[in-house]
Structures are given as structure tokens and as C-alpha cells.
Design a protein around this ligand. Structure first.
Ligand code: CA
Length: 226
């Protein structure tokens, strides 16, 4: 059974989330503050982390940064902040998704399932690496090398790059990318895609302002140019 870590200081929320996750067939580990979570997650790495942003000890953004330094465990942020900038900040730090409070626990279960299913699919794939001038994408090891240098991508960044590169020159709208890479376009802000594209460009393009692989098709979406 996959292990889900829930980091949330509000007992009424962590209890209902635990209940729904257990009912969905997951094991659950609850942490009520940021510092305890950082230590606990070091000792026992879960399959996915559900992480509240406003926490005592160490907030969700700081914890995301700390987790990302050590692992690419999927992170879903719980945020009561509705501001676009805060949500984007979480994604910039490497969170995979966010859910804005108040949320439906069933929606959260769907997101968790989508993330875990996508990872399993990635592990099961036996596809050959994709190679392009200056760029190699290996779905087996999930390694990306740019001009011979290994670059570190989050799980979601890898999935998006791999998906685009598997369909060279095909234009994908942001909604289609959400469906293919996130598993569903429901509940997810399409600007999530924009943020991931920008981060990918910074990691794989020699000049992120003038990309050669990850191109914007204005008014439509994005495409991969081999
Ligand atoms: Ca909180």
C-alpha cells in the first residue's frame, strides 16, 4: 500500500484527509508541524506528501524546498491563499500540484491517485531514450542530459518534457497537457503548465528567453521542436 504523508496542523482537516486516504486504500502518516515533518520524512520517505502551506515550525514552502533538495517525492500543497503569486511560488519551488482550501476530500483523493498512477506508468515503461541535438531524455532512468550534462527535473517536469518530446511538432493546449501529464484538467489552474514550461526552459534551453526546443504557439499552446 502506498504511504501518504499528511502535514497539516489543523486536526479537523488532517483527520478528514486521513480518513479519505485510508478509505482509498493508502497508508497514512500525519505530521502536525513543519519541523517534525522534516525529520520524520527524512527517516521514512513516503510515496507522496500532502503539505499544508501555513504550518508552525517550518512553513510548507520552506519544507517543499527542503524536500526538493533531497528527493523528487510528489508534493501536493494545501493552501488557503488564493493569490496567484503564492500558488505559483509553490510550483516554482517544485511542488507538483496545489489544492486551494476549502477543498473536497474526494477531489484530493483523485489528485493523489492521478499522481501515483502517472508514476507507476513511468516506472513500467520500457521505452528507449529520446535523443535530439544536445538533449537526451531517458524514460527508464528518468534522466535528462543537456549537452552531456545531467539536469535535475522534478517528476512532473520530466513527464511534461517527455510527453512533448514523444510528439515532436504536435501542438498541445494547456488543457490537453494537464490531461496527459497531470491526469485531469479538472480543478487545476492552466497557469500550472506555464510555470512548468518556464522552469523546463531554464533547465534545458541555452537561452530560456529564446527557446529552441520548447516553443510557444501563441494563442494555442506549446510544442516540442526537435
Ligand atoms: Ca495550517
Amino acid at each position: 500500500m502506498p504511504l501518504i504523508a499528511i502535514v497539516e496542523d489543523e486536526p479537523s482537516i488532517s483527520e478528514v484527509v486521513s480518513l479519505y486516504m485510508k478509505r482509498a486504500g493508502y497508508q497514512v502518516q500525519v505530521y502536525a508541524d513543519g519541523l517534525a515533518a522534516r525529520d520524520g520524512l527524512d527517516r521514512q520517505v513516503p510515496d507522496l506528501v500532502i503539505l499544508d502551506v501555513m504550518l508552525p515550525g517550518l512553513d510548507g514552502f520552506a519544507l517543499t524546498r527542503s524536500l526538493r533538495d533531497r528527493s523528487d517525492v510528489p508534493i501536493i500543497l494545501l493552501t488557503s491563499r488564493r493569490e496567484e503569486s503564492d500558488r505559483i511560488a509553490g510550483l516554482e519551488l517544485g511542488a507538483d500540484d496545489y489544492v486551494v482550501k476549502p477543498f473536497s476530500p474526494q477531489e484530493l483523493v483523485s489528485r493523489v491517485r492521478a499522481v501515483l498512477r502517472r508514476l507507476q506508468r513511468g516506472e513500467a515503461s520500457e521505452a528507449a531514450p529520446l535523443t535530439f541535438p544536445g538533449l537526451r531524455i531517458d524514460p527508464q532512468s528518468r534522466l535528462v542530459t543537456v549537452r552531456g550534462q545531467e539536469v535535475e527535473l522534478t517528476a512532473r517536469e520530466f513527464d511534461m518534457l517527455y510527453h512533448l518530446a514523444q510528439h515532436p511538432r504536435q501542438v498541445f493546449s494547456r488543457d490537453r497537457l494537464l490531461e496527459s501529464v497531470w491526469g485531469s484538467a479538472d480543478y487545476i489552474d492552466p497557469s500550472t503548465v506555464t510555470v512548468h514550461i518556464r522552469r523546463l526552459r531554464e533547465k534545458i534551453e541555452p537561452d530560456p528567453a529564446d527557446p529552441t526546443h520548447l516553443l510557444t504557439v501563441w494563442g494555442v499552446g506549446y510544442k516540442f521542436e526537435p
